[in-house]
Design a protein around this ligand. Structure first.
Ligand code: NAP
Ligand code: GCO
Length: 264
């Protein structure tokens, strides 16, 4: 059974993985034997990421690429195929959020979030699927969100994107399952990364941020997730252990979606 989770010989591309959730998922996949490829928008972040992987004994391959730019993504995939090999596992992790009340949000800001969080997973998946088909199969993992299921104030663009990403996941699963490609999603709960740092800032009086207290009350595990909590689920969805799992969104949320919340 252990071999079912072995990623030895597999090439994994994790987008936006210089740090945060992407870095944790890539690290877990490397520990399961995969060769790691990642990208970021800036060379300095790619360099920082390479150093961080090296500190963990991981010889990763890093590239500068904006995942919203289709020409750049196609060039990235060709380069990876030449330098490293055909991509067996794709993790569409790169993402942004803009927390603005919807009626105050510009269409430009709305479009930018949709571009990174929904259009880019389409672009990158479209770029890697042909080679996966030729190779006889592959794994695509889209990083969704609680907001694939729930709304809240100020995150309209993000929720629309992540809701769309859930359905893009199901559609890729439907359209390419016949080629032994499994496409699934991971829906992290609230994870302590730079993206959620503003929601956890200690208040001037030294108290926890109200949102921090809210999430603790909404989470049966009574804690924020750590990026490392996502490593095992990602290895599962990247491995032979999930060859008959397709179109599924695996929520890794400490139980938030199951829980009405602790009485104040
Ligand atoms: P993060 O700390 O903000 O990291 C996001 C990464 O994506 C960064 O490396 C960023 O690079 C990269 N990125 C952004 N736009 C990009 C682009 N156009 N092209 C290439 N790379 C780009 O976020 P995170 O918390 O690790 O989240 C990672 C994923 O998990 C996102 O999809 C997020 O929506 C999702 N998620 C997060 C949570 C959470 O609680 N943290 C929960 C559920 C889902 P730069 O630094 O150069 O911008
Ligand atoms: C927010 C948070 C969430 C998390 C995550 C939850 O502002 O509500 O940033 O969106 O990032 O997506 O699953």
């Amino acid at each position: 059974m252990k071999n079912q989770f072995d990623l030895t010989g597999k090439v994994a591309l994790v987008t936006g993985a210089s740090y945060g959730i992407g870095f944790a998922i890539a690290t877990a996949m490397a520990e399961a034997g995969a060769t790691i490829v990642f990208n970021d928008i800036k060379q300095e972040l790619v360099d920082k990421g390479l150093a961080a992987y090296a500190e963990k004994g991981i010889k990763a391959h890093g590239y500068v690429c904006d995942v919203t730019n289709e020409d750049a993504v196609n060039e990235l995939v060709s380069k990876v195929e030449q330098d490293v090999g055909v991509i067996d596992i794709l993790v569409n992790n790169a993402g942004i959020i803009k927390r603005i009340p919807m009626v105050e949000m510009s269409a430009k800001d709305f479009r930018q979030v949709i571009d990174v969080d929904l259009n880019a997973p389409f672009i990158v998946s479209k770029a890697v699927i042909p080679s996966m088909i030729k190779k006889g199969g592959g794994k695509i993992i889209n990083i969704c969100s609680m907001m694939s299921e729930l709304g809240r104030e100020t995150v309209s663009a993000y929720a629309a994107a992540k809701g769309g990403l859930k359905m893009l996941t199901r559609n890729i699963a439907s359209e390419y399952g016949q080629y032994n490609i499994q496409c699934n999603g991971i829906g992290p709960g609230y994870i302590a990364t730079p993206q959620t740092a503003p929601l956890r800032e200690i208040q001037p009086d030294g108290s926890k941020h109200p949102f921090d207290q809210f999430i603790l009350a909404k989470t049966p595990a009574n804690r924020w997730g750590e990026a490392s909590d996502l490593g095992g689920p990602a290895v599962f969805l990247a491995s032979a252990a999930s060859d008959f799992v397709n179109g599924h969104i695996l929520y890794v949320d400490g139980g938030i979606l199951a829980y009405i919340g602790k009485q104040p």
